[in-house]
Design a protein around this ligand. Structure first.
Ligand SMILES: C[S@@+](CC[C@H](N)C(=O)[O-])C[C@H]1O[C@@H](n2cnc3c(N)ncnc32)[C@H](O)[C@@H]1O
Length: 384
């Protein structure tokens, strides 16, 4: 059920994009595959909204259900719909403890749900974002969802079965922010799906979300395990960060402090989804300007041309860096270069002549063949 009592601004601030039933089932099915017997005494949904997670069958009988949210209107609606659940109005990000939820220290606890993910620094919607609630300094992060995950770890549940952006695992800075979770929880299972499965969000650019099941375990989860992990998708595809080499091993993604000015400039690179939106070669000097060393120019052309095929890639590439096959690239350097010159005559014309149409056609065919073969190796069929 979609939120009906909140304005667009309120929804964005609270991250109130409610979960459709098939995704709640995905969380429970993924959990069910990884547990046995009576694994929980209490089930807490700490950001329950209208209670989507109480509408589906939980994989264990005889547990007590607790639902919490900061939004009192959502809780009123939830409590009308689910009489078997104890509902409480709680800000989970402030002074968190089990007792706040009426859960004993010795109860086996499972946390389920779909906490809000709302990057408070993101440029996309920052005009309408503000800090929505009080957050304890020890769990304060740049993204509300990361703070939620840290709050979950503080409640010391036996299991956590939630939806969160895949970037929380695969982006090293996020993973490190989640240290207190990752050091104490083993990542048991994951299923990746497209954020566009939520009808209200990301109409244009989907990003990968994961249904993730964590189990309390002192061995925890290392970043090395994430890199090697075979992630399965809802569409039954598989991918791993370690499937590829990445261009950022060879060139810098960000402006470096001691770089000198140069003839060619590039906009800061983030992940593939950011590349789809951002510019590549630029003329201006800004805080985001990378000054390209002459010998690295073809590598930046690679990124420039990669941008053109990025829209053909499946959504789950969205938060990856730009993959790269150095050996095949070496033979095609001039072709990537020719295509960039043709694409940005205003930038290159002073120094290089614009290639003839035949030369461009030839380069295009070779480059397309490179990308086709590159992605075919990982079972992704690119259509141009
Ligand atoms: C993505 S919605 C999910 C709602 C519900 N779990 C579902 O899947 O349908 C996130 C919910 O988090 C709630 N929320 C936001 N900040 C909160 C906070 N600090 N403490 C508790 N709940 C919060 C919002 O009111 C919203 O209902």
């Amino acid at each position: 059920m979609n939120t009906i009592h909140l304005s667009h601004k309120q929804k964005t601030n609270l991250g109130s994009f409610y979960t459709p039933p098939h995704l709640v089932r995905l969380v429970f099915d993924t959990l069910a595959k990884n547990i046995s017997g009576n694994f929980a005494d209490a089930v807490l949904e700490p950001a329950c909204g209208y209670g989507a997670f109480f509408a589906e069958k939980f994989p264990q009988k005889n547990v007590r259900f607790i639902g919490a949210d900061i939004d009192p209107v959502a809780l009123t609606i939830a409590s009308e719909n689910f009489s078997n659940v104890e509902f409480k109005k709680i800000n989970i990000l402030s002074q968190i403890s089990r007792s706040k939820f009426g859960i004993n220290e010795n109860e086996k606890l499972a946390i389920v749900g779909n906490p809000p993910y709302n990057d408070i620094t993101s440029h996309v919607k920052n005009k309408i974002k503000s800090e929505p609630c009080e957050i304890d300094s020890e769990i304060k992060t740049r993204d509300l969802g990361l703070s939620f995950m840290l709050a979950f770890a503080k409640l010391k549940p036996n299991y956590i079965a939630v939806l969160h952006p895949l970037s929380y695992l695969i982006k090293k800075t996020n993973f490190e922010t989640l240290k207190s979770l990752m050091q104490n929880y083993e990542l048991l299972d994951t299923v990746v799906f497209n954020s566009q499965e939520f009808s209200e969000t990301s109409k244009t650019n989907g990003f990968p979300i994961v249904a993730a099941v964590y189990k309390k375990n002192e061995q925890g989860t290392s970043y090395g395990q994430i890199i090697k992990r075979k992630f399965k998708t809802l569409e039954k595809q598989e991918f791993s960060i370690s499937d590829y080499d990445y261009i950022c091993k060879y060139i810098s993604k960000y402006p470096s402090r001691n770089s000198n000015s140069s003839d060619f400039k590039f906009f800061t690179m983030r992940d593939i989804n950011a590349l789809k939106r951002s510019r590549t070669f630029i003329k201006e000097d800004t805080a985001n300007t990378i000054y390209i060393p002459q010998e690295k120019l073809p590598y930046y052309c690679y990124v420039d041309i990669f941008k053109d095929i990025a829209h053909n890639l499946p959504y789950y590439f969205g938060n990856l860096d730009i993959p790269f096959d150095k050996q095949s690239f070496e033979a095609l350097k001039d072709d990537f270069f020719a295509l960039s010159i043709a694409k940005h005559p205003d930038i290159f014309a002073n120094r290089f002549s614009i290639p003839e149409p035949d030369r461009i056609g030839f380069a295009k065919a070779k480059v397309q063949n490179y990308f086709y073969k590159f992605f075919q190796k990982v079972n992704v069929c690119l259509k141009f």
